[in-house]
Design a binder for this molecule. Structure first.
Ligand code: ADP
Ligand code: MG
Length: 463
């Protein structure tokens, strides 16, 4: 019928606009490299903040003792306790607990948010066994992984530039987040010092390096997306401090805010951005990360419902609710291998209250999921190539065999198999066979938390 033809034409147009041929991705990678240079040259020189992390010594394996970490980055936060045994014993024991953040605290006051976090931390500390106490007279020490853009002012302080990923706690912006946490820790009656403040990418890089000395960069694909890498300290013109002995400095790129005319932006992306808490910002993140993929799919389906009546004469009311379709749901539909697409039918019914869909229509919906995930995965691969180019590691020079490992983490990477596979395949496609031999991606499980604990150990007040 005419309506079905209209649905197909919306699909076709969407697919074309989302196109990411190799040639285009190479331009995206080049643009990323250019912006990296600009962001390192001067403060405010680029959409990429290229934040100096103050981490210039990555874990060696010698780290010893009992350390805590706190990882705040999305809808959940995690508290960790890690017993580090040095070169021989490595990670002797690690325990963690995950706590969800009630929605009202994500848009409330700073004190309320940090009090909630500190009291969960205090409860967790109370579960220390007798053998686990820190040595007498010693304060407990914590690595704070905070995955929002922070203007780092030292290894253990930094002011919040802005919230992302649905957080909007206005009175934290411009404050030292370590100060906010420390005050809340004191209010909770806990004796603990925040030894380091790191971004999750920096934590993941540290955790990755602990396990593999070839780790050169880390990428998070979770609720949001971001990357960090090890830069030569002398290649950071905006750094006016002393050059660290190691000659290295970890840079938190804040690549979620990357933007370039080469990005395949569609009307759906523009509408999503306009309706978001942070319009005009985090454009790369809004095309790639877990917070947004499901919402893009919803917007396309909504258009098809309005203009091609794919769900009947009226638009299903639930389909009009922003963010009702989450990425884990579109991922489940995308991976549906049943001949009659049972999972798709169930998700449509349970989430959108849509029943009686034809197989043909379910296939169309899977197509939409595929287009959105493929674009996101291919763009993230292009971003990684941009980093490797900046480091001069995207090509093999004089038959050199220097390995480069990229540590990856985040729920999207971990659970969305088709996304992950597509991202990795695109990386090999862009790098070519020869260079690919020297590059590896590694899942750095829970690296951000462990990494923060490792950095807390190497920045302990007792060494
Ligand atoms: P955060 O980024 O908030 O620190 P995670 O790294 O755990 O947390 O990532 C969580 C995100 O991963 C979710 O918001 C969701 O978008 C995505 N995700 C989780 N499970 C799945 C899944 N099964 N399929 C696709 N995406 C998923
Ligand atoms: Mg995280």
């Amino acid at each position: 019928s005419g309506k079905w033809a209209r649905a197909l034409s919306i699909l076709k147009e969407f697919e074309e606009k989302c196109g990411t041929p190799s040639s285009n991705l190479k331009q995206v990678a080049d643009a990323m490299t250019v912006e990296m240079h600009a962001g390192l040259a001067s403060e405010g020189g680029s959409k990429l903040k290229m934040i100096i992390s103050y981490v210039h010594n990555l874990p060696t394996g010698d780290e010893k003792g009992l350390f805590y970490a706190l990882d705040l980055g999305g809808t959940n936060f995690r508290v960790l306790r890690v017993h580090l045994g040095g070169k021989e014993s490595r990670v002797v024991k690690q325990e963690f607990e995950e706590v969800s953040i009630p929605a009202h605290l994500m848009t409330g006051s700073s004190d309320e948010l940090f009090d909630y976090i500190a009291s969960a931390l205090a409860k967790f500390v109370a579960t220390e066994s007798d053998s686990q106490h820190v040595s007498p007279g010693r304060q407990r020490e914590l690595g704070f992984t905070f995955s929002f853009p922070v203007r780092q002012t030292s290894i253990s302080s930094g002011t919040l530039i802005k919230w992302t990923k649905g957080f909007s706690v206005e009175d934290t912006v411009g404050q030292d987040v370590v100060g906010e946490l420390t005050k809340a820790i004191e209010r909770a009656g806990l004796d603990m010092r925040v030894a380091v403040l790191v971004n999750d990418t920096v934590g993941t890089l540290a955790g990755g390096r602990y396990n593999n000395p070839d780790v050169a960069a880390a990428v998070i694909l979770g609720t949001g997306t971001n990357a960090a890498y090890v830069e030569h300290a002398h290649a950071i013109p905006k750094w006016h401090g002393l050059l660290p002995k190691s000659g290295e400095m970890v840079i938190n790129m804040e690549w979620g805010n990357f933007r370039s005319s080469n990005l395949p932006l569609t009307e759906y992306d523009q509408a999503l951005d306009a309706g978001s808490l942070n319009p005009g910002e985090q454009i790369f993140e809004k095309m790639i990360s877990g917070m947004y993929l499901g919402e893009i799919v919803r917007r396309v389906l909504c258009k098809m419902a309005e203009e091609a009546a794919i769900f009947g004469d009226t638009v299903p009311p639930k389909l009009k609710i922003p963010f009702i379709l989450r990425t884990p749901n579109t991922s489940a539909m995308h991976h549906d291998t049943s001949p009659d697409l049972k999972v798709v039918a169930t998700k449509l019914k349970d989430i959108l209250e849509i029943s009686n869909t034809s197989l043909k229509l379910r296939k169309l919906i899977v197509e939409v999921c595929d287009i959105v995930a493929t674009r996101g995965a291919r763009l993230s691969a292009a971003g990684i190539v941009g980093i490797l180019k900046k480091l001069g590691r995207d090509t093999v020079k004089d038959g050199e065999k220097q390995k480069s490992v990229v540590a990856l983490d985040g729920g999207l990477y971990e659970h969305y198999t088709k996304f992950r596979t597509c991202m990795e395949n695109t990386l090999w496609e862009l790098l070519g066979e020869e260079a690919s031999e020297n590059i590896a991606v590694e899942h750095s499980m829970d690296g951000s938390g462990i990494g923060a604990a490792l950095l807390a150990a190497s920045h302990s007040q007792y060494i």
